[in-house]
Design a protein around this ligand. Structure first.
Ligand SMILES: NC(=O)c1ccc[n+]([C@@H]2O[C@H](COP(=O)([O-])OP(=O)(O)OC[C@H]3O[C@@H](n4cnc5c(N)ncnc54)[C@H](OP(=O)(O)O)[C@@H]3O)[C@@H](O)[C@H]2O)c1
Length: 277
């Protein structure tokens, strides 16, 4: 699914370039966190492969909130830049949410700006949060019926559970589900997950979802992960594959679809802002 989306993005980029517009996705990295630098490198490599320009600013860990906002303001004002991404996490002492709020909502390729979360809540068009949008697209790609079915999401975090609940409850053929969100406030959450036709793990607690929490034949989407060093620890225990009707793979599931949605948001931003395509 991710490959198909990226092929569509590359075709859109080619059309924009043929019309004289080079889509540009700007990135901002603060500090020297190895993982963050690694994510930026992956995104820049992918951007180059797809034909995007990717201007980049690397601020030192000693940068102030005002320094960060100034970089964001420059990219906002630059008509040659269509998307702006501040890599998360940023050093302790800086406020990521405040920096995100400074990004022009129409250049917010993560779809996480408060204005875009508001658009999502109101059902207005705008860039969608990448991980939830990738999960909806993944279910559609694999022809998993969602409309009218019972979806249970374990976790109500701002990046995944909460926006996914809004998305899958929307009145659209690939959504339109009966969505339930469970969290630490629902001690008996397995009661809900066991009746889910589609179960999405979005907790970030390794191994929290076990076979006894899954309805036989259910579709299980593993979104939550935690990293211990370079080791990826998913929410969904691998033994759930015995019970599930379909399940995302441990590696190569929701991660690649998230990246594909990021570039889809970026090329859409370039199309909107340039009026081409
Ligand atoms: N694969 C990807 O590309 C990708 C992209 C983005 C995010 N993620 C992953 O998705 C996960 C969720 O991220 P997020 O930022 O949306 O969430 P978050 O802010 O970390 O929140 C986690 C949610 O899980 C709930 N939870 C945690 N432990 C629980 C437990 N023992 N029982 C029941 N509920 C529990 C929390 O409940 P409370 O609200 O009650 O505390 C909270 O709602 C993370 O693991 C993140 O790494 C993956």
């Amino acid at each position: 699914m991710a490959e198909r989306v990226l092929a569509e993005v590359a075709a859109s980029v080619a059309r924009l370039r043929a019309a004289g517009v080079t889509p540009a996705l700007a990135t901002v990295l603060v500090g020297d966190d190895d993982a963050s630098a690694g994510y930026i490198r992956i995104k820049q490599r992918q951007a180059a492969e797809l034909g995007f320009a990717s201007p980049h600013v690397h601020l030192p860990a000693s940068a102030s909130q005002a320094d960060l906002h100034a970089v964001v303001a420059d990219f906002n004002a630059d008509r040659g830049v269509h998307g702006v991404l501040v890599q998360h996490p940023i050093p302790v002492g800086l406020d990521y949410d405040r920096a995100l709020a400074e990004v022009d909502p129409d250049k917010d390729v993560d779809g996480m700006h408060p204005v875009n979360m508001g658009r999502l809540a109101l059902g207005l068009p705008g860039p969608l949060p990448c991980t939830p949008a990738g999960i909806e697209a993944l279910l559609a790609f694999h022809q998993v019926p969602v409309a009218g079915r019972e979806v249970v999401i374990l976790g109500r975090g701002a990046t995944l559970g909460r926006p996914l609940a809004l998305l899958l409850a929307q009145k659209r053929p690939t959504a339109n589900a009966a969505v339930t969100v469970v969290h630490t406030g629902v001690a008996d959450w397995p009661r809900y997950t066991r009746r889910a036709e589609i179960l999405v793990a979005a907790a970030g607690v390794p191994g929290i979802v076990r076979p006894e929490h899954v309805r036989p034949g259910a579709v299980v989407v593993g979104g939550g992960v935690r990293y211990e060093g370079r080791r990826l620890l998913p929410d969904v225990d691998e033994s759930c594959a015995r019970v599930a009707g379909a399940i995302t793979p441990r590696v190569g599931g929701v991660g690649p679809t998230t990246v594909a949605m990021l570039f889809r948001n970026a090329v859409e931003a370039a199309r909107r802002q340039s009026g081409v395509g």
